[in-house]
Design a protein around this ligand. Structure first.
Ligand SMILES: NC(=O)C1=CN([C@@H]2O[C@H](COP(=O)(O)OP(=O)(O)OC[C@H]3O[C@@H](n4cnc5c(N)ncnc54)[C@H](OP(=O)(O)O)[C@@H]3O)[C@@H](O)[C@H]2O)C=CC1
Ligand SMILES: Cc1cn([C@H]2C[C@H](O)[C@@H](COP(=O)(O)OP(=O)(O)O[C@H]3O[C@@H](C)C(=O)[C@@H](O)[C@H]3O)O2)c(=O)[nH]c1=O
Ligand SMILES: [Mg+2]
Length: 282
């Protein structure tokens, strides 16, 4: 299958490159997501049989003050890509986030549950979802959460960096979710791209790591696996002020993906061991 991917340097894009090196990857210099028309034109010129968008504006705090850019990248360009896919008659796969939910309650969010983002990043990602759904393209919107890998910026790498400088860290313990290895997201996207090509009905699906955990427990497991002697103090969200509000309940119910496609949630602790091994080898 001739596959076109938006994104080259991001966590998911890097894992896609490993799993599907034959696909074509467009970095910022080839397709700038602040320019929706250019993204659509890149698809029309590509001759691709399916398109994956693995690029996004993911700086959650910066998005609060850089709203227009976040909206173009997360909202408008995915819409332009999906419309171009609809016109070409090819499927479009898009990645979204737990941050489209408001984080109330403790039940895992199902794909059809009401969305109500509480920060700019989440609102712009939700706008992207809506634009993809109304484009007329056969599509999958794959929501995931708390992505980590050996590449790019993520919580694991932040913790390893801070833990090398300090023996005591304070980390929020009341935001609960599923850390997700980028490698598993890439494999899932490739499986779904093949299924769409073969005529599967798409829709909105959830894919996140298990078991559910807090950021502070995620940090502790990171230090345990890395063999670092760092104590992690549990703190409430209020004790770690940030420009963007973050949902307390980021649990994603991934049952539909298993029922429809046989894809089950990854154990993030195994994914973490792989990533730490990769970082140590680097
Ligand atoms: N990271 C996370 O924790 C989560 C991510 N997601 C979603 O998963 C998907 C993949 O995220 P992830 O791999 O972590 O992303 P990263 O933050 O690792 O990388 C973002 C990618 O988007 C690219 N990008 C940003 N702005 C532009 C632009 N204007 N034009 C072209 N490219 C641009 C970046 O390119 P450059 O290097 O040039 O800046 C980079 O390749 C996204 O849709 C994201 O919303 C969902 C849940 C959690
Ligand atoms: C560095 C640090 C962070 N924290 C908190 C802040 C925050 O609540 C939590 C995680 O921090 P991050 O900056 O990694 O979180 P954030 O960038 O908001 O992560 C999110 O990114 C976007 C793209 C998504 O789609 C989400 O699924 C989620 O992964 O940890 C501490 O409590 N102590 C610390 O020392
Ligand atoms: Mg971040």
């Amino acid at each position: 299958m001739k596959l076109l991917v938006f994104g080259q340097t991001g966590q998911v894009a890097r894992e896609l490159q490993r799993a599907a090196p034959e696909a074509r990857y467009l970095g910022r210099d080839h397709a700038d997501l602040t320019n929706p028309a250019a993204c659509a034109a890149a698809i029309r010129a590509s001759g691709a049989q399916a398109v994956i968008n693995a690029a996004a504006y993911t700086a959650v705090d910066r998005a609060e003050s850089d709203t227009a850019t976040a909206q173009l990248v997360n909202g408008d360009s995915p819409g332009g890509m999906a419309q171009a896919c609809a016109a070409q008659g090819i499927p479009f796969l898009h990645v979204s986030t737990d941050y489209v939910f408001d984080g109330t309650g403790t039940a895992p969010w199902r794909p059809e549950d009401p969305t109500a983002p509480i920060n700019v990043y989440g609102r712009t990602k939700l706008a992207g979802e809506a634009a993809v759904r109304t484009s007329g393209a056969r599509h999958v919107i794959l929501r995931t959460s708390w992505v980590f890998s050996a590449h790019g910026a993520n919580f694991v790498k932040t913790m390893l960096r801070l833990g090398a400088e300090r023996s005591h860290l304070r980390v929020v313990a009341d935001q609960i979710g599923g850390p997700t290895p980028a490698k598993g997201i890439a494999a899932t996207l490739l499986t779904l791209a093949a299924a769409l090509r073969d005529g599967a009905t798409g829709g909105t699906h959830h894919y996140a790591g298990v078991p559910e955990t807090s950021w502070s427990c995620f940090a502790r497991e990171t230090f345990a696996q890395a063999g670092m002697d760092v104590t992690v103090e549990d703190i409430p969200t209020e004790a770690y002020p940030t420009p963007a509000r973050r949902p307390l309940n980021s649990r994603l119910d991934c049952a539909a993906l298993a029922t429809d496609f046989g894809i089950t949630p990854p154990d993030w602790r195994a994914g973490l061991a792989e990533v730490i091994g990769e970082l140590k080898g680097a």
